[in-house]
Design a protein around this ligand. Structure first.
Ligand SMILES: C[S@@+](CC[C@H](N)C(=O)[O-])C[C@H]1O[C@@H](n2cnc3c(N)ncnc32)[C@H](O)[C@@H]1O
Length: 281
């Protein structure tokens, strides 16, 4: 790859920002958290909670919406600074007591047995060295503490994106980020937890559907292609030249998917399915 290729970005691509990230995921993470909280006892006083790979604070916000005891402490970490800045803005706007740090999930700097709860939602499937991340979740959790780790079991944009890539780039092109494949399987999530040190009989995995409301399929597809469409060797000039074609394919495939439902008010719902693991140490 040349330096020019590395720096090139199609003119149609949106720059990554916390607010566009929120537009992609809508309230899907919140829906999952609400489901998770039906499976957990309420947060006891003095809980120390890690929101690992926090994004802009989706898990943090849902914990705060449960009206937890004021003595709890939440620490949110994410590898990307723009996400931590987005999280900070949300925390300050709401006046929550939450600490935030830029930190990779594979290199947590917290002491051993520090957290009573550890949430790692929709982070691990894209990581290099996932077992290192699993080891840190285990290491930083107190004995008797609860680790929640979620992955996607189904994402409605998976095949549309792969088709857009195959048609506009050819069958051998690869995306920079991997998703889907084995990571859709509950067994992969279980193996992840086992690799960190969790015991099989203390890992419970279930699935939960969420419905993401989207206003405009074309805009949603364009933001998604901007975020996830990069190839393993960066964007190419061809991606700019065939941008509209890629987006058209994504929209057509999304709208014909069984996971897509048009609502009477003109919006649409997209079904996602999550694997939810709840494990105790
Ligand atoms: C799909 S978002 C999930 C955000 C949030 N946990 C939720 O449930 O909506 C994935 C997040 O993982 C972060 N991330 C990616 N690689 C990471 C890593 N190695 N360590 C920590 N966070 C990472 C991304 O910046 C992004 O904010």
């Amino acid at each position: 790859m040349t330096a020019t290729q590395e720096l090139f970005t199609p003119k149609q691509a949106y720059a990554k920002t916390a607010s566009l990230f929120e537009e992609i995921i809508g309230n899907s993470s919140e829906q999952i958290c609400r489901h998770i909280f039906t499976l957990l006892p309420p947060f006891p006083p003095n809980s120390i909670i890690h929101d690992n790979g926090s994004g802009t604070g989706q898990v943090t916000a849902e914990i705060m919406s449960t009206n937890p005891p004021p003595s709890i402490m939440i620490i949110a970490t994410d590898a990307n600074e723009y996400q931590v800045l987005g999280c900070r803005a949300k925390v300050e706007e709401n006046g929550w007591l939450v600490e935030m740090n830029v930190m990779r999930a594979q290199a947590l700097t917290f002491p051993d047995e520090y957290f009573t709860h550890s949430f790692t939602n929709f982070v691990v499937a894209n990581l290099d060295e996932p077992e290192v991340c699993a080891g840190h979740i285990w290491r930083t959790l107190k004995k008797g503490g609860v680790a929640v780790v979620c992955t996607w079991a189904f994402m409605p944009h998976d095949l549309p994106m792969k088709k857009a890539s195959a048609v506009t780039r050819g069958p051998d092109a690869k995306f920079a980020l991997n998703w889907g494949g084995d990571w859709y399987l509950q067994s992969k999530l279980k193996d992840f937890m086992l690799s960190g040190g969790f015991e099989e009989q203390k890992i419970k995995i279930s699935t939960s559907d969420v419905f993401l409301e989207i206003q405009d399929s074309k805009r949603w597809a364009t933001i998604l292609w901007s975020y996830l469409g990069t190839r393993d060797d960066g964007w190419h000039q061809e991606d700019e030249d065939r941008w509209d074609e890629a987006i058209e394919i994504m929209v057509k495939e999304l709208e014909s998917s069984p996971a897509y439902r048009k609502n009477s008010d003109g919006t649409a719902s997209l079904r996602f399915t999550a694997n939810v693991s709840i494990s105790t140490k």
